[in-house]
Design a protein around this ligand. Structure first.
Ligand code: EPU
Length: 338
C-alpha cells in the first residue's frame, strides 16, 4: 500500500482546489484501511476519509492522513417478490451505480442520475434531487468504527436521515468510514415525476411510454443544462441548503416579495429556493478572480481555474451576509468546509 507525502489534491476534489495533504493513500479493502489508520494513529495526526471529493471545499492544506475510499464491487444480496437489494462498495462512482441498476431494470434511483461523487457519500448527506432522496430507497450500510476498528451495520432509522443530513454529518462526524451501501430497489417502478422540470423535459423529449430509462435521461438533460460539469468548471453542486422558515416569516416575505419561490413542507413550514434569494441579491453570474457564482444556477459556486478555497469561502460569506440583510434569512452551507 503506497503512502505518499505532500500530495496535491486538485484532482481529488471537484472544486479543483490546489490544497495539499501531508499524507495520502487509497484503500480498496477494510483490511487496507485498518492498516493505514494504525499508522495514522501512531503518528497522532488527524484522519480524513475522502470519497469522490464532490462535496468538499479545502480552504487550507490538510496536515494529516487523507485516505481515499476505493472499495469497489456491486452485487445483489437479496431478493423478494417486490424488491431486489443491491449492495455497492463505497468507492463505486454514484452515477455508474445508478446506471447499472437501471440496466438491471430496477427502479428507485433514476431521479438521482448524474449526481457527482461516490456511493459512500450518498447516505452521508442523504443526497436528493428531483423529488427523491436516498432515504426513500436506502436499506443499510456497513461502516468501520474508526475508534475501535469494528464494522457496524446501520439500518435506515439508525442513520437519522434529514434534508441533506445524517448521523454521519452530525454526532458521528469523522467517526466512521462507510464501506458499502445496500439499496432496496423495486421490480415494479413507481415513477416520481412530481418535480415540475421533469414533466416539462419528458414532454420536450416526446416520451409517451414512461420508463425509468426515460426519467433518468430527463434528469441527465436537466442537470446538464443548468449545472456546471465539474470536469470543465470546478464546483460542488449546491453550495447552500434551501432554508426552511415558519409560516409567519413566509407570509411577511411573500407580501414583500410576491415572486418569492417557496413550497410548503411539514409542520406549517416553508422551504425557500436559496438560488432565487441569491439571484435577487444580484449574485448570479458574478465573478471575482477565478471564484464565481454559476450563471445558470445561483446556488452553485464555481472555480474558473485557480481560485483558492479561501476565496470561494469568502465569496460564500458575502452571499450569506447579503441574503441575511435583504431577506432576514440565514443560509446554511451544504458543502463540507475543511
Ligand atoms: N431559482 C432561481 N434562480 C436560480 C436558481 C434557482 O430563481 O439561480 C429558483 C427557480 O424558481 C427554480 C427553483 O429556484 O425553479 C428551484 O431550482 P432548482 O430546480 O434548480 O433546484 P434547487 O432548489 O436550486 C435543489 C437541490 C439540488 C437538486 C435540485 C433538483 C438543494 C440544496 N439543492 O436545488 O441538489 O439537484 O433541487 O431537485 O437542495 C446539490 O445538492 O448539490 C444539488 C445540486
Amino acid at each position: 500500500m503506497q503512502v505518499s507525502e505532500n500530495v496535491l489534491l486538485k484532482s481529488y476534489n471537484t472544486f479543483g482546489i490546489d490544497a495539499q495533504a501531508r499524507y495520502f493513500a487509497a484503500f480498496s479493502s477494510v483490511a487496507a484501511l485498518q492498516e493505514l489508520t494504525a499508522q495514522q494513529r501512531a503518528q497522532q495526526l488527524p484522519l480524513m476519509i475522502l470519497g469522490g471529493g464532490s462535496n468538499i471545499l479545502f480552504t487550507q492544506d490538510f496536515n494529516g492522513w487523507l485516505l481515499k475510499n476505493e472499495i469497489k464491487g456491486i452485487s445483489i444480496v437479496k431478493e423478494d417478490n417486490d424488491y431486489v437489494y443491491v449492495k455497492a462498495g463505497a468507492g463505486e462512482n454514484w452515477h455508474q451505480f445508478v446506471q447499472h441498476c437501471i440496466g438491471l431494470n430496477l427502479a428507485g434511483l433514476e431521479n438521482l442520475s448524474l449526481i457527482p461523487g461516490n456511493v459512500g457519500a450518498s447516505p452521508m448527506q442523504n443526497i436528493g434531487a428531483y423529488g427523491v432522496e436516498i432515504k426513500d430507497v436506502f436499506h443499510e450500510l456497513e461502516a468501520l468504527h474508526l475508534a475501535d476498528n469494528k464494522v457496524v451495520t446501520f439500518n435506515n432509522a439508525d442513520c437519522h436521515f434529514g434534508y441533506r443530513e445524517s448521523v454521519f454529518k452530525k454526532e458521528y462526524r469523522q467517526q466512521f468510514a462507510i464501506l458499502s451501501v445496500t439499496y432496496r430497489l423495486s421490480k415494479q417502478p413507481h415513477f416520481n415525476t412530481s418535480y415540475g422540470a421533469i414533466n416539462e423535459e419528458l414532454q420536450r423529449m416526446n416520451v409517451s411510454d414512461l420508463s425509468i430509462q426515460a426519467i433518468s435521461q430527463a434528469v441527465i438533460n436537466i442537470r446538464s443544462s443548468k449545472l456546471p460539469d465539474p470536469a470543465k468548471i470546478g464546483n460542488a453542486g449546491s453550495f447552500f441548503k434551501n432554508p426552511t422558515i415558519n409560516k409567519a416569516q413566509y407570509t411577511a416575505l411573500h407580501e414583500a416579495y410576491p415572486q418569492l419561490v417557496a413550497y410548503p413542507v411539514a409542520d406549517e413550514q416553508f422551504k425557500l429556493a436559496a438560488g432565487w434569494l441569491i439571484e435577487q441579491c444580484g449574485w448570479k453570474g458574478y465573478r471575482k478572480g477565478d471564484a464565481g457564482v454559476h450563471a445558470k444556477q445561483a446556488l452553485v459556486l464555481v472555480n474558473y481555474g485557480h481560485a483558492r478555497g479561501r476565496e470561494i469561502y469568502d465569496l460564500s460569506q458575502e452571499i450569506l451576509d447579503s441574503v441575511e440583510e435583504k431577506f432576514g434569512v440565514a443560509l446554511e452551507r451544504e458543502v463540507n468546509i475543511c
